[in-house]
Ligand binder design. Structure first.
Ligand code: 6R9
Length: 648
């Protein structure tokens, strides 16, 4: 099947940092001479002591050791703030858009960012936080989240952000796991018109932590919260007294910058560790190239700082580049489904970066919400987090982008620090649903899953590994280097194993097919569950679908579909038949769904990822052992799915 392609306009390509020829040239150079390429890119960052070594990496199982720029020293907050002050002290660094459109937005200049970051750094120091200490952030999408991240980097402390939607139990596990000294939180977190009692949740978590853990509380709503004088520090009172200067600590390039917990296919979430020099070089370069960021552009990434996307593309990448970055506290549908587009219009956003799940949700609400906003400032659109189905891609392209904005479908992971595969807006003709091309320095290899043999050529599919290292790569799992090696370097020796499957099409472009544990095998045919899902959601009556395999006597695995209908649609036996026929015609008879269950909702993490592990268990009629469900956004959804399961 050939896919339509969408080339950037000649005008956009001519103004872009990278056009097609430049991409080829730079990519070839980055693979042929990684040391030379990354030595040059290292210069985008200000070093205190310049590095002499560039790359020093071993992928040998049992001795995995990743070092970049190892003998250089630097400070990340100085790179994100101080070095811009002389030329752009009065330029807006952060545009903060609150949850409610009735509350005023804030424009925070680089000078103000400097002063507030230093205040926060001094408060933390006074609380006893020093170089190498861990600080957990459990905080809403408010400017203080950025101040806190940058304040940690300023004094050499290691931050670990826990998404404000996580439960007290999850917070406690992360505080204890990193032996944090301080938790930074807020009184309440307004989101979608509702206030989450963050301080109360943090208090609950801290009951399960050492008495020595202190908490620094930012006033967001100003409402009364329980207070413990022995443990709680009032940020607003202390910051008002604190000095607006604080000398940046000199950090080694390989000193840890942050820890970010992420879930894998097994066990408890692991603490992904990123270090200082390589991460900031990579975040800066990818932000500039992937989004074709130019001086004066307004960049908006809708992620939460609780996820890696927020780290790299709300805070570190944009600020390292002296950009203006939008930070949004709210949700796409509050007060209504036009909120994203109103914010784009209001702040004249040039690059807009969001997740397919948000695009699908908004698509389901109809085009009027988009059309009533003036989106003429938009130049580049981006997606991240999961494969995007062509339906949603086309809607994003046509309705949001008006057919004029290249879409960058960025594939990467918490572990990778920044984009590994993505089209570059001025260089590549995109295809709906394809992550297209490797970023500079990234050498993808497609492997035979069972044997680990490299599959050469185009028109092939397999397990996606990366041959060599890149500066933004994670360095270890916090406190468990063995787990790091086992998870990423043991299945396919000598490569970084991504956990994803991928297809390299006839043109050599890459398509992520989903986690390899989501691949199902029906009568000997390998099939991406994403493929079936994409077909299902292409049906006009389907809002969302999740597909898993389940044991089938004859076929090996059968196809089990959870389908959420568009509001107002009736779940009938007839519609079931219609969908089955639909999928057969969209993909082929081998993809014909065996079981279709009507799902009023799908179990998702609070970041919007469908928890397939749970869906597989229910499909296997093995719901007695659902495993860890603590990260579910709406636990009640699961009870309904079990009650109405099809495979009894
Ligand atoms: C950045 C982020 C990583 C996993 C990854 C893959 C999926 C992310 C994707 C994508 C298809 C894309 N994923 N981006 N799949 N196309 N553009 O999301 O990090 O939360 O660690 O998730 O998300 O399966 O392995 P993280």
């Amino acid at each position: 099947m050939t896919s339509p392609t969408y080339a950037p306009s000649a005008e956009l390509a001519s103004k872009a940092h990278v056009d097609a020829a430049k991409y080829e040239e730079m990519y070839a150079a980055s693979i042929k001479d990684p040391d030379g390429f990354w030595r040059e890119q290292g210069a985008r960052i200000d070093w205190i002591k310049p590095f002499t070594q560039v790359k020093n990496v071993s992928y040998d199982f049992g001795n995995v050791n990743i070092n970049w720029y190892a003998d250089g020293t630097l400070n990340v907050s100085a790179n994100c703030i101080d070095r811009h002050l002389a030329t752009r002290g009065d330029q807006t660094a952060i545009i903060w858009e609150p949850d409610s459109p009735d509350e005023a937005a804030q424009h925070i200049t680089y000078q103000e960012l400097h002063d507030n970051t230093c205040r926060m750094a001094n408060v933390l120091k006074d609380m006893g936080v020093g170089k190498g200490d861990r600080v957990v952030l459990y905080i809403p999408m408010i400017p203080e989240a950025a101040y806190a991240m940058l304040a940690c980097t300023r004094i050499g402390a290691i931050h670990s952000i826990v998404f404000a939607g996580f439960s007290p139990d999850a917070l406690a596990a992360r505080v204890n796991g990193s032996e944090a000294k301080v938790v930074i939180t807020a009184d309440e977190a307004p989101r979608g018109g509702r206030n989450t009692p963050l301080k109360t949740n943090a208090d609950k978590a801290l009951e399960a932590c050492s008495d020595s853990v202190k908490s620094l509380v930012v006033r967001r709503t100003g409402s009364d919260v329980p207070w413990n004088d022995a443990r709680d520090y009032d940020y607003n009172a202390l910051a008002a007294q604190a000095a607006t200067t604080c000398a940046p600590e000199e950090m080694g390039a390989e000193d840890p910058l942050f820890i970010l917990y992420t879930s894998g296919s097994t066990g408890q979430p692991k603490g992904v560790v990123h270090t200082t020099g390589g991460y900031i070089v990579y975040a800066s370069l990818t932000h500039q190239m992937t989004f074709d960021y130019h001086e004066g552009d307004i960049f908006w990434c809708t992620a939460d700082v609780g996820w890696v996307t927020g780290h790299s593309y709300i805070v570190y990448g944009p600020l390292a580049n002296g950009a203006t970055t939008v930070m949004f506290e709210g949700t796409p549908t509050y007060p209504d489904a036009s909120r994203f587009w109103q914010v784009c219009e209001k702040h004249k956003v040039n690059q807009f970066y969001t997740a397919p799940t948000a695009i699908r949700a908004l698509m389901g609400q109809g085009d009027e919400f988009v059309k009533k906003a003036d989106l003429s400032s938009l130049r580049i659109l981006g997606t991240v987090g999961e494969p995007i189905n062509p339906e949603a891609w086309n809607w994003y392209n046509d309705v949001v982008g008006g057919g004029n904005c290249p879409i960058v479908d960025t594939w990467w992971q918490t572990e990778t620090g920044g984009h590994l595969m993505t089209p570059l807006p001025g260089a590549h003709a995109t295809k709906p649903g394809s992550a297209m091309k490797p970023f500079f320095g990234i050498e993808p290899v497609v492997l035979e899953p069972a044997s680990g043999e490299i599959i050469e050529g185009n028109g092939v599919e397999g397990v996606l590994c990366i041959r060599d290292s890149w500066p933004g790569q994670m360095r270890t799992v916090w406190g468990d280097h063995e787990r790091f090696e086992k998870t990423y370097f043991s299945d396919y020796k000598g490569y970084y194993f991504t956990g994803d499957g991928c297809r390299r099409d006839e043109d050599g472009d890459y398509w992520i097919t989903g986690r390899v544990d989501d691949v199902i095998n029906v009568s000997g045919h390998r099939m991406g569950t994403a493929e079936v899902e994409s077909a299902l959601v292409a049906h006009e009556k389907v809002a969302e679908a999740a597909v898993v395999g389940y044991p089938h006597d004859i076929k090996g695995q059968g196809i089990y579909c959870y389908v959420t209908l568009m509001s107002g649609e009736e779940p009938t036996e007839e519609l079931r038949k219609e969908l089955r026929t639909w999928v057969r015609t969209e993909i082929g008879p081998i993809a014909s769904p065996d079981l279709i269950q009507w799902a009023p909702g799908l179990p998702k993490t609070r970041s919007g990822k469908i928890m397939r592990r749970i869906l597989r268990k229910i499909a296997e009629n093995d719901y007695g052992s659902l495993g860890d469900t603590s990260t579910l956004a709406e636990p009640a959804v699961v009870d309904d799915l079990i009650e109405n399961r099809m495979n009894r």
